[in-house]
Design a protein around this ligand. Structure first.
Ligand code: ARG
Length: 282
C-alpha cells in the first residue's frame, strides 16, 4: 500500500541526512564510552562498577542526575498515578539505567513533541516516551539500541465501516501531536484529515464524541484506552510496526553508557520483568 512507497522514500531521504550528520559529529568515542562498552562483557557486579565508573565521566544536564523528558500520558509506558507519581515501563527502566550509571533519575513531564525537542536542546539527557526510531528523528538525535517494539493500531467505534488501514482514506483521524501516528496518517491521508490532540486519551475522547472516525495510536496504550471506554475496538490489522528506543542528543557519549546499561538489563531479565509487570501476556 501507499505506506510502503512513502517509507522507502523516507529511508532514501534519511540516508543523505544521516551521511551529513555523520560528518558533523564524528569522534564520540570517549573514555566514558569505552568503559561503558567494556562493562557489557564483564560479570554483573564488576559491570555495574564499570557502569558507575563510566558515569563519573559522563556529563549530564544536571551533575549527578539523569534527566529524562517524557510525556506521562502513555500507559503502560509512562503514566501519572492519582497521587501524582510517575510509573510505567519506561519509568522503571530509566530508573534501573540511572541506578547502573550511579545517577539520580529526574523525570520531566511535558508534551510529547516537547520531550523530543528537550534532548535536542540540551535540556534533558534522555527522552524516554515510547519513542519510535525514524529516519527523520535520527537526523536530529541519536538513539540507543531498541528496548521494545511498537505497533500503530487503529481504534474505531464498534460497527464502524473502517476495517483496514486503507479504509482510513477520506475519514477524520485523531492522533497525538508529534507522534508517528500523526506523521504516517498525514503523509498517507492528507494533513487536512488528521487532527492532532495533546495526548492519546484526548484523541480517544474525541472518538467517543464522534469528532473523529478513528484514532491511530500505539497498540499498548490503545488497549488500555479501549478497555476503559466501552464501545470502542482495535482493528486486527495494524497500520505500522516500529522500534522504541531512548533518544539522546546527537553525538552524546551517554548513548554508549545507556546501551551498556540496557544490555545488562536485557541479559539479566530485569527489562522483561518490568515489561511483565505492566503487560500481561495474552
Ligand atoms: N511511538 C510513537 C512515536 O514515537 C508515540 C509515542 C508517544 N509517547 C508518549 N509518551 N506520549 O511517535
Amino acid at each position: 500500500m501507499k505506506k510502503i512507497t512513502r517509507r522507502s522514500f523516507m529511508a532514501a531521504a534519511g540516508l543523505t541526512v544521516a551521511a551529513l550528520a555523520l560528518t558533523a559529529c564524528g569522534g564520540s568515542s570517549s573514555t566514558a564510552s569505552s568503559a561503558a562498552a567494556s562493562s557489557v562483557a564483564s560479570s554483573a557486579a564488576a559491570s555495574s562498577e564499570a557502569a558507575s565508573a563510566a558515569a563519573t565521566e559522563l556529563t549530564t544536564v544536571e551533575a549527578g542526575k539523569l534527566t529524562m523528558a517524557t510525556n506521562a500520558a502513555f500507559p503502560p509506558y509512562e503514566m501519572t498515578t492519582d497521587a501524582g507519581e510517575f510509573e510505567g515501563i519506561d519509568i522503571e527502566t530509566a530508573q534501573a539505567i540511572a541506578d547502573k550509571l550511579g545517577l539520580e533519575l529526574q523525570i520531566d513531564d511535558m508534551d510529547f513533541d516537547a520531550a523530543l525537542l528537550s534532548v535536542q536542546q540540551g535540556k534533558a539527557d534522555i527522552v524516554m516516551a515510547g519513542v519510535t526510531v525514524t529516519d527523520e528523528r535520527k537526523a536530529v538525535m541519536d538513539f540507543s539500541d531498541s528496548y521494545a517494539t511498537g505497533i500503530q493500531s487503529i481504534i474505531v467505534p464498534e460497527g464502524s465501516d473502517i476495517a483496514s488501514p486503507d479504509d482510513l482514506a477520506g475519514k477524520k483521524i485523531g492522533t497525538q501531536r508529534g507522534t508517528t501516528g500523526y506523521i504516517y496518517c498525514s503523509d498517507d491521508f492528507g494533513d487536512e484529515n488528521v487532527v492532532a490532540y495533546d495526548d492519546g486519551l484526548t484523541a480517544v475522547q474525541a472518538l467517543n464524541n464522534g469528532q473523529v472516525d478513528a484514532v491511530v495510536i500505539d497498540n499498548a496504550p490503545a488497549k488500555e484506552f479501549v478497555a476503559a471506554n466501552p464501545g470502542l475496538v482495535i482493528l486486527d490489522t495494524s497500520y505500522a510496526e516500529e522500534d522504541y528506543a531512548i533518544g539522546v542528543a546527537k553525538g552524546s557519549s551517554l548513548k554508549d553508557a545507556v546501551n551498556a546499561a540496557l544490555e545488562e538489563l536485557k541479559a539479566d531479565g530485569t527489562l522483561q520483568s518490568i515489561v511483565d509487570k505492566y503487560i500481561t501476556a495474552e
